[in-house]
Design a protein around this ligand. Structure first.
Ligand code: PLP
Length: 365
């Protein structure tokens, strides 16, 4: 049996007629940049998150950079984020002109270790970028308390966590701003690059929208220099169709996770789960193994595609050699980079495929 890591074709097949019609409408109207389709998606997505403003942008990395710039964070400022994430979380901090400061992840949640957060704060610290990694909400109650105490802004990286929640409140509604990626493989994925910033702050929303569109609101009246980072009409139309299915896809991901959990319960493997009062949306289903590379090779041999998120913790990347970190400065993230393994995870994954993955995994252990 072949089990792919994700299957974007299966999802397109299930919504093909609606997607094709939405694309045809954009082509017929030649509404490629801006226009009604973008405005429609922005208001639908703001409503989904439970926030007031949504600004569609070109990708999730730009969303983070634009939110930080919109909060006037830049040269000379430090921004704290987590050692275990995709590089975009810290890259956006550098792109805004500021310096990323890493905090190790917690051993049980993979998210930023809030017990180490205060020690990373200096007089230059302006903001925290918590990441809801793998779809599991970070501890926003503790993070917001520390942010308030130190007068810091919070920009949530929700790129892997569309629809995740804590105590009935969606991620993306806790911080000053929140950033989403609609990269095709994300829980809500476009058919190309796309992203969004959401916020309840009207002035911040205005600054982000202007910065993403050459520093303007009206055609040639540029109040400052920005960038070109707009959501295009085709992606917006596709995302509007797909957003209607997101809740059922999230429930399907949670069913996949529950079946993995039931099948692997006796294995002694550390398995992901919901935080107390929270909802994990399983962008990824990540386990840890001492002999990760051997197990991954055996699964590949059995036709099962897996992933590693991420093989090099952010402070250990060549890209951050300038910061002079040692792997032992981030003991959890540095150990986990050699242990984490992401099992196949997508809404259309069938029960017999899940059972096959678990059987092979238990056999090679
Ligand atoms: C995907 C991702 C991003 C960046 O999104 P892009 O749309 O690919 O630019 C940011 N943060 C995290 C945690 C991600 O997984």
């Amino acid at each position: 049996m072949k089990v792919p890591f994700v299957d974007l074709k299966a999802q397109y097949g299930s919504i093909k007629s609606d997607i094709d019609a939405a694309i045809a409408t954009i082509l017929d109207n030649a509404a490629f940049i801006g226009g009604q389709a973008v405005a429609t998606f922005e208001s639908a997505f703001a409503a989904f998150v439970g926030s007031r403003h949504c600004i569609g942008v070109a990708n999730g990395t730009d969303a983070l950079t634009l939110a930080l710039r919109g909060l006037d964070i830049g040269v000379g400022d430090e921004v704290v984020t987590v050692a275990n994430s995709f590089i975009a979380s810290s890259e956006a901090i550098s792109n805004a002109g500021a310096t990323p400061v890493f905090v190790d992840c917690a051993a049980d949640t993979y998210n930023i270790d809030v017990s180490r957060l205060a020690a990373a704060i200096t007089p230059r610290t302006r903001a925290i970028v918590p990441v809801h990694l793998y779809g599991r909400p970070a501890d926003m109650t503790a993070i917001m308390a520390i942010a308030r105490e130190h007068d810091l802004k919070v920009v949530e990286d929700c790129a892997q966590a569309h629809g995740a929640s804590l105590d009935g409140r969606m991620v993306g509604t806790f911080g000053d701003a929140a950033c989403f990626s609609f990269y095709p493989g994300k829980n809500l994925g476009a058919y190309g690059d796309a992203g969004a910033v959401v916020t309840t702050d009207a002035e911040l929303a205005r600054r982000v929208r202007m910065t993403a569109n050459h520093g303007r609101m009206s055609k040639y009246d540029h109040e400052f220099e920005g960038v070109n980072s707009r959501l295009d009409g085709l992606q917006a139309a596709i995302l509007t169709v797909k957003l209607r299915h997101l809740e059922s896809w999230t429930e399907a991901r949670r069913r996949v996770a529950a079946r993995y959990t039931a099948n692997l319960a006796g294995s002694g493997l550390p398995l992901p789960s919901d935080p107390a009062g929270g909802r994990h949306v399983y962008h990824l289903f990540v386990i840890r193994l001492q002999e990760r590379d051997r197990v991954q090779a055996a699964l590949t041999e059995a036709g099962i595609a897996t992933g590693i998120h991420y093989p090099i913790a952010l402070p250990n990347l060549t890209a951050y050699a300038r910061l002079g970190h040692q792997a032992q400065d981030f003991p959890v993230a540095s150990a986990y980079q050699d242990q984490v393994l992401s099992l196949p995870m997508y809404p259309e994954l069938a029960d017999d495929q899940i059972d096959y993955v678990c059987d092979r995994l238990l056999a090679v252990l």
